[in-house]
Design a protein around this ligand. Structure first.
Ligand SMILES: O=C(O)c1ccc[n+]([C@@H]2O[C@H](COP(=O)([O-])O)[C@@H](O)[C@H]2O)c1
Ligand SMILES: Cc1cc2nc[nH]c2cc1C
Length: 351
């Protein structure tokens, strides 16, 4: 669908994977001191990262985890097990390095950037929080669009700016989210883009009971029935049923891809952000790397649509970028093996 009157997003210039870097990486894998293929999936992952980076021996020495936080008007419908005030409280926790993502980003040797793109509550914060709020939470998507098209575009642009201003030298960016109510928006976005039935992509989020889950599915069904949503226009989907952090994270994925920076997807919310980015520019999918398989129903549907296969299934459902932070270590290992292992010739091992 065309939006002749509507404002448009600036285009992203996303290059294809570098085939020659991938060929050279593959050749090197076959010369390293191991039976061919014996590092399993790590080998192909290293080759893929070589293609993204345009470097036959990439290193992941400068990882960044971006955790974007925002609130959701739809919490009025009783779709979360926790109150909205937890979003602001967790931003305060992030700012003081006390959250799961802080611990796991630290473990991965990654910088952890915290962005407020629309938190409704108050927090003190400190220099750690980048404040770029679009508004104090989205509108309630049960009653009308979550945001205007202008706001959706502005939020994607915030993602672009965060990469340009705060992570231009990153060699991998992991996506993370925080926002009470955001699994409702993410399920609605996933259903809108993939065409899946809302019941198949809606889960318990941070822990809602059976009654709440039924309410959540009904809210999403009604929102998608009431609203005209163009599934091929990611900005339109974000406007109708999205969230500010979803839009901002989509902008990060698109901008990182334009700069040949691999993007690690975390759980269900960043999966919805990745799907939105894909519906804005499908070339982003070349630069997406999976992490874990979230407990949340619908993560598989997102992975299938994006052609991703999760690396591990640890029963995680925290969000924040925690699974993606764990995955950084695996991706770094894949690259370090490719880069630093001796070849048969160097080691003098007969073949
Ligand atoms: O990453 C996931 O797959 C995931 C699954 C369930 C819940 N979460 C986190 O829990 C919050 C949203 O849950 P809810 O129930 O309020 O929609 C939000 O802050 C997410 O980061 C995250
Ligand atoms: C405590 C808490 C921490 C979180 N981190 C991400 N989502 C969250 C939801 C809750 C409720």
């Amino acid at each position: 669908m065309n939006h002749p009157e509507a404002p448009e997003l600036m285009e992203f210039d996303i290059p294809p994977l570098d085939e020659s870097a991938m060929d050279r990486a593959r050749e090197r894998q076959d010369q390293l001191t191991k039976p061919p293929g014996s590092l399993g999936r790590l080998e192909e992952l290293s080759v893929r990262i070589a293609g993204m980076a345009g470097d036959p021996t990439p290193s992941l020495d400068s990882p960044v985890v971006v955790t974007m936080a925002a609130d959701h008007g739809v919490v009025e419908e009783g779709v979360s097990a926790f109150p909205q005030s937890v979003t602001a409280a967790m931003v305060e926790n992030f700012a003081h390095d006390g959250a799961g993502v802080n611990a796991l980003a630290r473990t991965a040797g990654a910088e952890n950037i915290i962005v407020d793109i629309g938190v409704a509550g108050d927090y003190d914060g400190n220099d750690r929080v980048i404040r770029k709020p679009i508004a104090a939470g989205t509108a309630n998507l049960a009653n009308g669009p979550a945001m205007s098209r202008e706001e959706a575009i502005e939020a994607v642009e915030v993602g672009r700016e965060v990469v340009a201003d705060h992570a231009p030298d990153a060699d991998v960016i992991a996506l993370g989210d925080m926002g009470i109510g955001n699994t409702t928006a993410s399920a609605a976005v996933t259903a809108a883009i993939t065409g899946a039935d809302p019941a198949d992509v809606t889960g318990r989020g941070s822990g809602i009971d059976d009654e709440g889950l039924d309410r959540k599915i009904a809210v999403i069904r009604r929102a998608l029935a009431d609203r005209e949503v163009d599934p091929e226009d990611g900005v339109d989907v974000l406007r109708a049923v999205g969230g500010f952090e979803l839009a901002g994270l989509a902008g990060i994925a698109l901008e990182a891809s334009s700069r040949r920076i691999p993007v690690v997807v975390d759980g269900f919310i960043t999966g919805a952000a990745a799907l939105s980015a894909w519906a804005i520019d499908e070339r982003v999918s070349h630069y997406l790397l999976p992490s874990h398989r979230s407990v949340e129903d619908g993560h598989d549907v997102q992975h299938d649509a994006l052609g991703l296969e999760p690396l591990f299934d640890f029963g995680m459902r925290l969000g924040e970028g925690t699974g993606a932070a764990v995955a950084i270590g695996i991706y770094r290992g894949a690259c370090t093996a490719l880069r630093e292992m001796a070849t048969f010739e160097e080691a003098g091992i007969p073949t």
